[in-house]
Write a protein that binds this ligand. Sequence first.
Ligand SMILES: *Cc1c(COP(=O)(O)O)cnc(C)c1O
Length: 490
Amino acid sequence: MSAPSDRMDAETPPAPDLDPADWEAFSLEAHRALDLMLDHLRGLRTQQVWRQAPADVQARFQAPLPRQGQDFGTLIDTFATSILPYGSGNTHPLFMGWVQGAGTPVGMVAEMLAAGLNANCGGRNHIALDVERQITLWLAEIFGFPQDASGVFVTGTSMANLVAALVARADALGEKIRSQGLCATGRQLTGYASQEAHGCVDKAFDLAGIGAAFLRRLPVDAEGAIRIEALRDAIARDRAEGFMPAMVIGTAGTVNTGAFDAFDVLADLCADEDLWFHIDGAFGALCALSPTLRHLVKGMERADSIALDFHKWLHVPYDAGFFLCRDPQAHQRAFGSSGAYLARAPRGLAAGEIWPCDLGPDLSRSFRALKTWFTFQAFGAEKLGATIAATCTIAKHLADLIEASPDFELRAPVKLNIVCFGARGFDTDTLNRAIVMDLHEQGIAAPSLTILDGRPVIRAAILNHRTRASDMDVFIAAAAESAARLRGAR
Ligand SMILES: *Cc1c(COP(=O)(O)O)cnc(C)c1O
């Protein structure tokens, strides 16, 4: 006699599930998708850096909700024709815009493996959390932090800076701030960063309820580092006026020029003043991997916390930001979670003392540690450091080309991997803007634009491990051609 559920299976149509009906056929298509991406990455040099998606392609993404499913192979074809050619370009060797990572084939495959595993890394007792812990241990080793330092993956440095503001807030005002809110304390916190610190630090103060106006932006010296006397004065003034100074945010590698604050001096000051010392090391922190660049991050080992991105100079596929904290208790005080459904068991899948949901705002989270682990394992820290150093050498080559060029001039000293330049002559603001847009539309190179001393300048941030010195010759020749054509057109 069959069980009632067997009878039900036999009498009713199969319940829908989302696995392939034909695994063999699916496997062929899946391999085709993999080969499509590998061919794309191999052939990047023959592609345009970027192209505007035509209106008819964009219109394909205003379709009504599909009521019925489509053939998987057809969908891969649609991806190949309607999405793949119109990416943001940051994989390409001549992409130099903003500060973006290029990805690697290793990272791509690792991301696929993570998706297959589909681990929820908010907590519980499974190996993905050991992998994440391994990354924290490696960072502690890289930055000279204690081995019990705590860390958590987040989307990016914007989020890691917010986590830092929340940890510093709880450290200054006590854990009760989480239940009572800032008003109950009657104190107004203040924080300090340079004028060149990233805009996401203001946003972190805004989101943490401290208020962006209470992030004091201080002037920088000729090297782009925060001026310490100005910082001391600002702290003294705030104390005299009844504010509560809580944190200093140093930057390792500013977005505009790649400048570093003097971390030893900031660490001394924070110790004297009893302030939380956080470093936004989004890309520059990883200079610690290169023997030739390591001197730039001296003193970073004294920070209370560091925010950084693996998706920039380490080329882990987006997204992979990280927050590292010297004092694990201070970190947990800001985020420790309760809730019956999150209770810890002594054994089994719900075991484990500290879960990542105790270290940041997220509960459900992806397995970002896997692609990062693959990246470190596949290449080794030395090679990763060497690719970072190589981009700085290429930036120097670009600076030399600009200085030798009749058309262009440097607009900031080149200290790292970022080159800011503009057309020579008077009244070039509009021209600089136009050159950047023109190069994008030609698909030859993708620098970006920034404002230095109130004026628009062309900015090339060399991060890509695929970029060669000879690409800079192509870039400057194209920029000169563009400048001549645009000047002629005026
Ligand atoms: C890129 C960057 C950020 C923002 O990081 P995301 O990963 O984009 O959120 C913050 N600070 C600096 C110095 C950066 O370069």
